[in-house]
Write a new protein. Sequence first.
Length: 578
Amino acid sequence: MKLILKYLLKYKKLLVLNVISVFGFALVELGLPTIIANMIDIGVATEDKGYLYMMWGVAIAISIAGVLGTILLGYCCAKISTSITRDIRNDIFTKVQDFSPSEFNKFGISSLITRTNNDAFQIQLFVNVILRTALLTPVMIAVSFFMTLKTSLDLSLVIVATLPLIIIGVIIVAKVSEPMSQKQQSSLDHLNRISRENLTGIKVIRAFNNDHYEQARFNDTNSEFTGHTKRIFKLMNSADPIFFLVMNIAILFIFYIAATMIGAGTLQVGKLVAFQDYLFHAMFSMLLFCSVFVMYPRAAVSAKRIQEVLNSDIIIQDHQKVTKQPISKEHTLSFDNVTFVYPDGEEAVLKDVSFSAKQGETIAFIGSTGSGKSTLINLIPRFYDVSCGKITVDGINIQDYSMKELRDKIGFIPQKAMLFTGTIADNIRYGKEDATDEEVAHAARIAQGYDFIMEKPLGFHEVITESATNVSGGQRQRLSIARAIIKKPQIYIFDDSFSALDFKTDASLRKALKDETKESIVLVVAQRISTIMDADQIIVLHEGQVVGKGKHHDLLKTCPIYHEIAASQLSEEELAYE
Ligand SMILES: Nc1ncnc2c1ncn2[C@@H]1O[C@H](COP(=O)(O)OP(=O)(O)OP(=O)(O)O)[C@@H](O)[C@H]1O
């Protein structure tokens, strides 16, 4: 509720308007029965036509005011509830932007999507209902009960007797529905996860002929979700008729007592008509009020799930936002005794890693799979923070830069090339928003992408489809390399980014990059010896430790692991020649 209140208070003016329209609406709805009662008991009884016409005019004016109030109420409810949902979505999105991979792992991508869309929508429905009814119904209930008491104390006692039954019913429904809603939302997360895996992994599923297995998995989860939803609907749908039953029994009692009272001459017909109207408003408002309480547990579960995201601690933070003057004039990068344990891991994945690089140098990392190469380079843009030791850029600890400053210095080309929907030019410009067409073309040329781009019917204006299915793996890699080149970063990080390129393109790309990256530090993770043999320094990793450091020729002689890798890729002659 705190979350909803926090967002509601952002729209104070609309809330005031909402309250005014609620009170206006209540006044109109409850004023009419009194006017009609007076018309019957005074106007009709005394046959006073003038009085009747006057009251008729008042009744019409009040009804028009009621319509205007209802329209205004609808406008305020719609505007506030949709604005709140927009704000919640924006805030979740902004928060998630700062998440490190650990936080993404904690929630899961599918759950984050469900929380942003479905949970926010549940809040929208609830806010719409509370604005419409939670304010209106207590007013209607209070005033109509007051009016019924005023009209007939005896008849009102029947209503008072039914109240505890309704309140107990609402509490039971709320208690039972909360865990149900929790399960429903978790199973929706699960359903989204499976849909996502199915849609993104469709080729693998088909290649392994696992369509039936996936279909069964989806059906099971879908049935589980439907089951939870059905149970909630059943509960909600059976609550209303039971409430109606209780109320109808109360009304029968009221009419029974009223008939006796009219017979005894202690109640006028006009008063009974007004009482009946007030009773209808009181009972109907009571029902609406109950529906707010019945909806509340669902909204509370959604609000809690949203709050979890918004309150989640961000592990990687800007420690210092003040720009420090770099200590060295020449660009440098150094790892000093860096040890790293993943937040959810137990053992160190990197152990006491030290090396340094300076402007113009190319540093390559090689080692068996799982030796920690990607982990090492992921520490530089601070996707994770080191557990021990420090990393410095230009002599300054990377944790002392603002995140923006640090990441502005880096051109990161990930292992799995990621392109966004938009044109090829848009994707390259992702590295430099205001890049000219010449700069885009230059970056594409260096990345060896120009020719294949020009072969596309629309060239640089060719639209990349979702998941970049209209470009090959190697083309995707070249576009993501161009995106980094256009940025002219101080540090290039190639995480196995040449793996999908053929040997010729790989060689041409490295040659073109040499000139382009003269002023930068280039870090290359690679599996191929041919990609890294010209590097100024090759760092050999094994189980998170640096087991060799030097140039290709030296490592062949001094580092058995490097020799083993080289021997598996180069011919006897090549090795002997080296
Ligand atoms: N998010 C994570 N949480 C926990 N452990 C992880 C995580 N990511 C990687 N690891 C573990 O860290 C170790 C190093 O992984 P890393 O991806 O850095 O290796 P790599 O040398 O780049 O491997 P490859 O050449 O196969 O890409 C592996 O044992 C891996 O299982």
